[in-house]
Design a protein around this ligand. Structure first.
Ligand code: SF4
Ligand code: SF4
Length: 66
């Protein structure tokens, strides 16, 4: 399971990048992006996805549809 950043919502504040325990968030060409191969939704590392906790925009980071 992984999360992704909704490009239309992200304001590129960068707050999510340093809090990711798996180093899965990087600034992309347009907005910030989550590496869906390494994102584990913070399982075993935090009680909740840390990127969602710090993101100032509602519904900007969502579960990747499987
Ligand atoms: S859910 Fe956790 S592991 Fe995945 S991108 Fe967000 S902070 Fe990183
Ligand atoms: S915290 Fe939210 S708005 Fe800021 S860069 Fe990350 S996804 Fe984009």
């Amino acid at each position: 399971m992984a999360l992704y950043i909704v490009a239309e919502e992200c304001i590129s504040c960068g707050d999510c990048e340093p809090v990711c325990p798996t180093d899965s968030i990087k600034e992309g060409k347009v907005v910030f992006e989550i590496n869906t191969s390494s994102c584990n939704e913070c399982e075993g590392q935090a009680d909740a996805p840390q990127c969602i906790d710090v993101c100032p925009v509602d519904n900007c980071i969502l579960p990747l549809a499987s």
